[in-house]
Design a protein around this ligand. Structure first.
Ligand SMILES: [Zn+2]
Length: 223
């Protein structure tokens, strides 16, 4: 009887977890001076997130320390190109530039953390930027592409209420991928963002290959 009861309890418990909504907080354009502040908030809130560094931002030893810290804190790391220069990486006559930058960034991050990361967040999103040729090149290199479905507008907003208003307009689907950056306003808004998704019953996760799902404008299931 007790055994049955315990079993029932765990079944119900598992179902609740399985049906729970998941939010992935993602931070583009790290590392910079604000990144340690974001890491501190996430640690305090016991939340795992995903960070997309710009390769050329990783110069000094202190930049590398931040990259190591991201990994050591249990967050996921991804790729965001070396230059973040749309004219270069999305130049239609030189499609290989993008994948070359991604491989260069993979090498760089691996030299710092020992891990070869494969998830790519395209600067400015994949829409109208990534071509079929580039998608093929990424697939060949085992790289996955991940856009977002909830832009926070933290790159343009000057205050927290505007960011929250923008995020709330993105809805509360079963899996939300929230685009954030590393601005002063992002640091200010992050506790509010966390509070909001908690209040809506979301569980916070970092990207992982096991749980990867398609989120690209090409609707390419290989990415
Ligand atoms: Zn970016």
């Amino acid at each position: 009887m007790i055994k049955k009861f315990v079993l029932l309890f765990f079944t119900v418990f598992t179902l609740i977890i399985a049906e729970g909504k998941i939010v992935y907080l993602t931070f583009d354009d790290v590392p910079n001076k604000n990144t340690p502040k974001l890491l501190e908030i996430l640690k305090k809130e016991q939340i795992k997130a995903t960070f997309f560094p710009i390769g050329n931002y990783i110069r000094k030893e202190s930049d590398k320390d931040i990259i190591r810290q991201i990994k050591d804190d249990g967050h996921a790391l991804g790729l965001h190109t070396m230059t973040h220069d749309a004219k270069k990486i999305y130049n239609k006559s030189k499609p290989e530039t993008l994948v070359n930058e991604l491989i260069q960034e993979q090498d760089l991050i691996e030299s710092i953390t020992g891990e070869r990361v494969i998830i790519f967040r395209p600067p400015f999103g994949s829409f109208k930027n990534i071509t079929k040729i580039q998608a093929d090149q990424m697939v060949n290199k085992g790289i996955k592409l991940w856009d977002w479905n909830a832009g926070s507008g933290d790159w343009m907003h000057k205050n927290v209420p505007d960011i929250m208003k923008t995020l709330k307009q993105m809805g509360t689907g079963p899996k939300m991928v929230v685009l954030l950056h590393t601005k002063d306003i992002t640091v200010e808004a992050l506790p509010e963002v966390i509070k909001y998704y908690r209040s809506k019953g979301y569980e916070f996760r970092a990207w992982s290959l096991d749980e990867h799902f398609m989120l690209n404008s090409l609707k390419d299931p290989r990415l």
